[in-house]
Design a protein around this ligand. Sequence first.
Ligand code: SF4
Length: 269
Amino acid sequence: MNDETRARLETRLRYYDDLGLGSFYRGRAAASSPEQPETSAPVSAAPLVEPQHTAALPTASAALPLMQAPSLFDAAERIEGDSLERIREDIGDCTRCRLHKSRNKIVFGVGNPRAELVFVGEGPGHDEDMQGIPFVGRAGQLLTQMIEAMGLRRDDVYICNVVKCRPPENRTPEKDEIATCSPFLLRQLAVIQPKVICCLGAVAAQTLLATHQSISRFRGQWFDFRGARLLATYHPAYLLRNPNAKGEVWKDLQLVMAVLGLTPPARKR
Ligand code: SF4
């Protein structure tokens, strides 16, 4: 193996390690002995897990109890000739909720306006608030690695959040803040019309599915969201705190890859 190949392989393995794929593959091989401690066996030699297709897509209304959706949600979606530019203009220098008081920059969204895949997070953090770009901090770097492990680039997808301004101390957005800001998200999704919406974390999933249920109840399941397929997985920030969950997220991403017809990266080589 020459130096260039070795360097590329090391970079790829670091991606997989960050995604927790090492333990995922090892866990599968050692399914009959779950207590076995992790080893440093090379992941490149491990087999890929086949993506799991779901035979039928339950609708959100069929699978989950729906909250009463705010009427603004419906009104926000029926804007003829809407565009991302128009939505951003409508947001303006927004003071509609209290989150405007402590924000530095509004974080609207970034990526391909015709993306087949949209990632929806909760809200901006410190780095995002400073730069005005979603998912650029540590969690964002992990998301970028996840996207690249799927065989995509950040520019191929669209990335945005439920609330466009950073909650103080990175707290969870309040219900009224979500209700005020999320119509902009719904308009973004209506304009982009992605094939797949991947909710990152409970807030995004609970907002779009209009449910109070814990994300652990429906993570990794497909839902119909107004013509798009919606799947919720854990937020990259959660993965930074709980690396053991990375393998579960990779399983979820493989489901997304299967729907989008993406080839698992290991098969490209
Ligand atoms: S979070 Fe949304 S609704 Fe609240 S101030 Fe920012 S842009 Fe406006």
